[in-house]
Design a protein around this ligand. Structure first.
Ligand code: AMP
Ligand code: MG
Length: 494
């Protein structure tokens, strides 16, 4: 790919590759002016990775770039078009209603990264929306994406959150904000669904083929050498998503709105709306207020990912083979491998969580894991803290873990079987986080931030940045929610 950014205003080199190459999917657009921008959060480490000077980003010029008020001359900010299945229903035209791709940056390792604004004003894709975002949800994306990154889970990143100085009307008036997001790209399953429609209407495959080739070059260059590069692209996305969703499941992350427009081609987690981490273990957990049927409940996430991949495959069919039946057969065969790939990633991860080595997923450990999850569900044991307590049990002190269960005899029996396999406590502590963005702590920090006090958030972020290292004085951040914190609900489209 010839991303050839030029150094424009400010010395920031911002490419316009996507805007130039995919005019059908990109409407040149400008951010709405922020009346009184104020930097709330800046990720210095990410800025440095991008070759941007954090001190400069904090300056007036830097802030002007971060809110999209001034962009390098050569850049072409665009609203990207995409379609999507939302809760199973197809919406042919979604797109960036309140977001803009500012352009592509080359990071210090030479990788191409998208620089993107969310909450930057209405675009032609806005439909009924106001194009805006508010402080709480943008800081929420900042915190949770930072936590995911620290957990080692592929994710889009948050570079900055800026209060715009504009009041935004939600259920009440709230302070407006804008998130500056960085991603390896913003290609979604929905981008392909959108391109497939255009290609079909045009009666040629040009756009779809170019988009697939772009995705290959940008994310899966090894697919280019395959006999059927488009099938190889599909297989690569499938593998990335199987691994990603397994990682979510292993840490108890619930995305909340796994629509096809919120699933990336890169395999990065995107769109932190109603997402949240599970506290007490219950596979049916749903937090999102709009997910009334539990379509995206914790336990349904692997199936939802596979369903989305089927929609991706449908978009790619005409590229897979000229013969429609053969194309369907290829896609079907690939899709069938999803459960096994997911299961492999998940079981390997689960074995590590209970201190067993990765090799040889034997029946004994599979039964052991199933039995453990049944016990956790029965007693609604706090999912995150349990595995750290279990490491103590591996070291000889089972009492803290044992206390969490109602059926003590069943736990004792399980522990005997488990200890017979010589679990490695140190391995457990490397994969089981002590600190996750606990819902009650996130809400507390965001409420304070919305009221103008960033202190709790600034205390929370460094805790989450080293999730596997237990440190003194941080007990409060490791604990399950208080008993009166129940029926937690999250919201999206905010
Ligand atoms: P999401 O639920 O964030 O994935 O968004 C789904 C779609 O709604 C996307 O096309 C968004 O751009 C659009 N959208 C969400 N909120 C707004 C808003 N406040 N104004 C305009 N469009 C929005
Ligand atoms: Mg979205």
């Amino acid at each position: 790919m010839s991303v050839a950014p030029t150094t424009g205003t400010f010395g920031v080199a911002l490419g316009d590759h996507f805007a130039r190459e995919f005019a059908e999917l990109a409407i040149p657009w400008q951010a709405e002016a922020a009346p009184d921008p104020r930097l709330l959060m800046l990720n210095d480490r990410l800025a440095t990775e991008l070759g941007l000077d954090p001190a400069w980003l904090r300056s007036g010029d830097g802030l002007a770039l971060l809110v999209g008020a001034v962009v390098p001359e050569e850049a072409t900010p665009v609203a990207q078009g995409y379609a999507g299945h939302q809760f199973g229903g197809f919406v042919p035209r979604l797109g960036d209603g309140r977001a803009l791709l500012l352009g592509e940056l080359t990071d210090v390792d030479g990788r191409t990264r998208d620089l993107h604004l969310k909450g930057s004003g209405r675009t032609p894709f806005a439909r009924g929306g106001d194009g805006l975002a508010v402080v709480g949800p943008m800081l929420r994306e900042y915190v949770i994406s930072s936590a995911m990154e620290a957990l080692g889970i592929p994710t889009t990143r948050s570079l900055a959150v800026i209060a715009t100085g504009r009041e935004v009307w939600r259920e009440t008036q709230l302070p407006g904000a804008l998130l500056v997001r960085v991603a390896s790209s913003h290609l979604r399953v929905g981008s392909f669904q959108y391109a497939a429609q255009i290609s079909q209407a045009n009666g040629d495959l040009d756009l779809l083929r170019r988009l697939a080739e772009h995705a290959i070059v940008r994310h899966y260059p090894e697919a280019a050498g395959a006999d059927n590069p488009y099938l190889a692209l599909f297989d690569a996305v499938l593998a990335a998503q199987a691994s990603l969703v397994a990682r979510w499941m292993l840490v108890g992350f619930i995305h909340g709105v796994m629509n096809t427009d919120n699933m990336t081609i890169s395999g990065e987690t995107i769109d932190y709306g109603p997402c949240a981490f599970m506290d007490g273990y219950d596979p049916g957990t749903v937090f999102s207020s709009i997910d009334r049927d539990g379509r995206y409940a914790y336990r349904n996430q692997p199936a939802a990912a596979q369903w989305n991949l089927a929609r991706f495959a449908e978009s790619l069919l005409p590229l897979l083979d000229d013969d429609a039946e053969r194309a369907v057969a290829m896609a079907t065969e690939s899709l069938r491998t999803f459960p096994e790939q997911y299961q492999h990633a998940w079981s390997t991860g689960m074995r590590a969580k209970i201190g067993l080595p990765a090799d040889g997923i034997d029946d004994v450990s599979a039964v052991l894991i199933d039995d453990l999850l049944a016990l956790l569900a029965q007693s609604r044991v706090d999912y995150t803290s349990f595995f750290r307590q279990l490491a103590h049990a591996a070291r000889g002190d089972a009492e803290p873990a044992r206390r969490l269960f109602l059926d003590l005899a069943a736990f004792d029996e399980w522990t005997l079987r488990w200890r017979a396999l010589n679990p490695a406590a140190d391995l457990m502590d490397r994969v089981n986080p002590v600190y996750i963005p606990r819902n009650h702590l996130v809400e507390e920090a965001l409420a304070a931030a919305t009221a103008g006090d960033l202190t709790p958030l600034q205390q929370l972020l460094p805790v989450l940045s080293a999730p596997y290292d237990e440190r003194p004085g941080l007990q409060r951040y490791a604990e399950p929610p208080p008993d009166d914190f129940t029926d937690y609900r999250t919201f999206c489209g905010t």
